[in-house]
Every structure is written in structure tokens, then in C-alpha cells.
Design a binder for this molecule. Structure first.
Ligand SMILES: NC(=O)c1ccc[n+]([C@@H]2O[C@H](COP(=O)([O-])OP(=O)(O)OC[C@H]3O[C@@H](n4cnc5c(N)ncnc54)[C@H](OP(=O)(O)O)[C@@H]3O)[C@@H](O)[C@H]2O)c1
Length: 345
């Protein structure tokens, strides 16, 4: 084959490449950097599962990857000057449309949820180990929002070694992670006190919280004490204040919270607990949630048994991905934000 034929062939291959709509960015910044672009449908490698995306979940991690802040994050392979992966999104639900030769568990037509690379798009590439079958009892939008937030909630409760009958304080109970944490802690037999603002009190009670503290009207630090576990998900309160809410041998799990500056963000509190933890009776731990298939199976079981209900705030169309990210960036989402991508019917 001569060079001209080769050139023509690759040109015709390129012209045959299927294209799709995706929410992309070529630089870090606020939601204005998000564009709806036409990009190639991902190729299917041996270990890949190609999904037709029906819905995507939006979480604060997407917002951090959009802004590139805190800067510390850029040291971990996401792109130093600009995002390496230009299509945003990871949480996904959809239908399998192609599988690589090494894929054994899924076949074309299966309905799944989990994570994929660039889920804010009409098609996204995933792996067998990142996906499980979608429960029939929920919509694609509901399934798409489960992964990152519910895995985080589950792993946080495990890190805190929550046991039946214990008292847990969930700070940030009305958000993505918190709304799952309240439900999972109840299903583990704990007594749950939820912390949220006034407009969310009814919602978190509906999730099963035994008590609710309205942090906008009540002095949380004055009334919360003797908890076996404090899950600190939002508000970025000082570690010293959180420790005063714990029983003598209670556990504090730092899950999240925004603020803390452009360089380190909320991670600064993790330096504090690392310095204090060896010298105190209370257990002080940070965490970085990792999506594991086993955990997705546990969550699927809960959703099927209807002991876990995704609480959705707003569903945006793919074209409004920037608005969805802005909403998440407000830090006051009520439950989860979803993108509806292709009609599931
Ligand atoms: N460590 C990890 O692996 C991991 C994994 C996932 C997420 N995270 C982090 O966890 C945090 C929460 O994530 P998310 O998905 O739950 O966020 P989200 O869905 O945006 O929810 C934020 C919630 O925080 C509440 N909130 C805001 N200010 C508060 C305050 N001062 N006190 C108490 N609650 C307050 C809001 O409720 P009101 O409107 O009622 O104030 C809102 O419901 C983020 O910082 C995220 O980056 C960490």
C-alpha cells in the first residue's frame, strides 16, 4: 500500500467515524468554559463497554475538574494547564451498544449504571468493573446520580465503623452525599441526626432522619454532642468544633466541604486531623472515595429493596450542562442534579 492510498484510507476512515454531541471544555474556568461540541464517538478497545448515555449524574467533583481548583488536584494527572479529558462527567446510566472482545459480563442491550469517561455526552466509554445492571425500579436519571455520592456515603459510614444502635450526625444531610448517608445509616440501624438549612428539613425527615438540626437557626456547636460518629460533608467547620460534637471515643470522618483557598481547598483540614489523630482517643479520619464494583452491587441491592432512594433536585438537558454545573457549584443542591441525555424510551 503506497503512502497516498494510506492517506486516503485514513481520511475515509475518519469521515466514517461516528460523531456525537458532548459537553466539553478546552480550558479550566467557570461554567462559561463548557461548550456543546460535536466530537467522535469513543472507540471500543478490548476491555471497553460503549454506552448510549441516557442520563448522567453531576457532582462537585465535576465542578472541580471544570475549574481546575484546588490547584493541588492538577498534580494528580488531570492536566496541569488544561483538562486532559475534555468531555466532562463520570456518573452515568445507559444502554450497552458495543463491547470489546475481553468483556464477558455485559452484552449489547443491557441497561447499566456506574461510571464512564466523559458521561456528559451521547455515548461514553466504560469498563466492566465500573458498571452494574440498572435496577428496574428507578429511572435512568435516578440510577445515574447514585454512583459517586452513594459510594462516598457508604465508604464514609464504613470508615466511621458505624454500628447498629449508634448515634450519627450527618452534616450536609440534604446534599448529594448526605441524602444517601442518612438513608444508609438508617438501614444500618443507627439513630440519625441530620444537619441542613430550613428549606430542607422536611426533605431530610422524609429520608428517615430521627432528628434534624437547622444550622441556620440553631447553634449546632452548642447542641450537638456525644455522637459516636460525625460525618462532616458540608460547611467546612473547624476540626476543633467537630471534635466537641463527638463522644470520648467517637469517630470523625471528614468527607468534604468547600472553601479553604485555591491551592489546597478543603484539604487543609485533613492536615489538621493527620497532626492530631495519633494523640487523641477519638478517631479522626479523612477519605477519598473510590468507585468499586462490589460497592455498586451493594447500592444496587439497596435501590432494588427500596431502602435507598435517589433524591433528585433538578434534571437538565445535556445542552444545559453548564447550568447543571453552576447549580452544583452553588453548594446548595437539594439532593442530586442530573442531565438527561438521550430519551430512555
Ligand atoms: N472525600 C471524598 O471522596 C468525596 C466524595 C464526594 C464528595 N466529596 C465532597 O463532599 C462535599 C459534599 O458533596 P455533595 O455531593 O454532597 O455536595 P452537594 O450535593 O452540592 O450538597 C451540598 C450540601 O451542603 C449543604 N450545606 C452548604 N453549606 C452548609 C453548611 N454551612 N452547613 C451544613 N450544610 C451545608 C447544602 O444544604 P443547605 O442548602 O441546606 O445548606 C447542600 O445540600 C463536597 O465538598 C464534595 O467535593 C468528597
Amino acid at each position: 500500500m503506497n503512502a497516498t492510498t494510506k492517506k486516503n484510507q485514513s481520511a475515509s476512515e475518519r469521515s466514517e467515524q461516528r460523531m456525537m454531541k458532548a459537553a466539553t471544555q478546552d480550558r479550566y474556568g467557570d461554567a462559561e468554559v463548557i461548550q456543546i461540541s460535536t466530537v467522535p464517538v469513543p472507540n471500543v478497545g478490548d476491555e471497553d463497554v460503549l454506552l448510549k448515555v441516557h442520563a448522567a449524574g453531576v457532582h462537585p467533583g465535576d465542578w472541580h475538574l471544570m475549574t481546575g481548583k484546588p490547584y493541588l488536584m492538577r498534580l494528580f494527572g488531570v492536566g496541569f494547564r488544561r483538562p486532559k479529558e475534555q468531555t466532562r462527567g463520570s456518573d452515568v446510566s445507559g444502554t450497552v451498544v458495543a463491547v470489546g472482545s475481553g468483556v464477558t459480563e455485559f452484552a449489547v442491550g443491557d441497561e447499566v449504571f456506574g461510571v464512564a469517561t466523559g458521561s456528559f455526552a451521547e455515548y461514553a466509554s466504560s469498563k466492566e468493573r465500573w458498571l452494574v445492571r440498572k435496577p428496574a425500579v428507578v429511572s435512568f436519571e435516578e440510577a445515574a446520580v447514585v454512583t459517586t455520592s452513594a459510594v462516598t456515603a457508604l465508604q464514609a459510614l464504613r470508615k466511621g465503623e458505624l454500628k447498629e444502635g449508634q448515634r450519627v450526625l450527618v452534616i450536609g444531610a440534604s446534599g448529594g452525599v448526605g441524602s444517601f448517608a442518612v438513608q444508609l445509616a438508617k438501614s444500618m440501624g443507627a439513630t440519625v441526626t441530620a444537619v441542613c438549612s430550613t428549606r430542607n428539613i422536611k426533605r431530610v425527615r422524609g429520608l428517615g432522619a430521627d432528628d434534624v438540626i437547622d444550622y441556620t437557626k440553631q447553634n449546632l456547636e452548642a447542641i450537638a454532642h456525644d455522637f459516636d460518629l460525625v460525618l462532616d460533608i458540608a460547611g467546612s467547620r473547624p476540626v476543633s468544633a467537630l471534635r466537641r460534637m463527638l463522644a470520648e471515643r467517637g469517630a470523625l470522618v471528614l468527607v468534604g466541604g468547600e472553601g479553604g483557598g485555591n491551592l489546597f481547598g478543603a484539604v487543609t483540614r485533613n492536615f489538621t486531623i493527620a497532626a492530631q489523630a495519633p494523640f487523641v482517643k477519638q478517631r479522626l479520619v479523612g477519605m477519598f472515595a473510590m468507585v468499586r464494583k462490589n460497592d455498586l452491587e451493594v447500592l444496587r441491592g439497596h435501590v432494588e429493596a427500596e431502602t435507598l432512594r435517589p433524591l433528585i433536585d433538578t434534571v437538565y438537558p445535556l445542552e444545559a450542562a453548564a447550568d447543571a454545573l453552576r447549580h452544583v457549584g452553588s453548594n446548595h443542591a437539594r439532593g442530586k442534579i442530573a442531565l438527561s441525555v438521550t430519551p430512555s424510551a
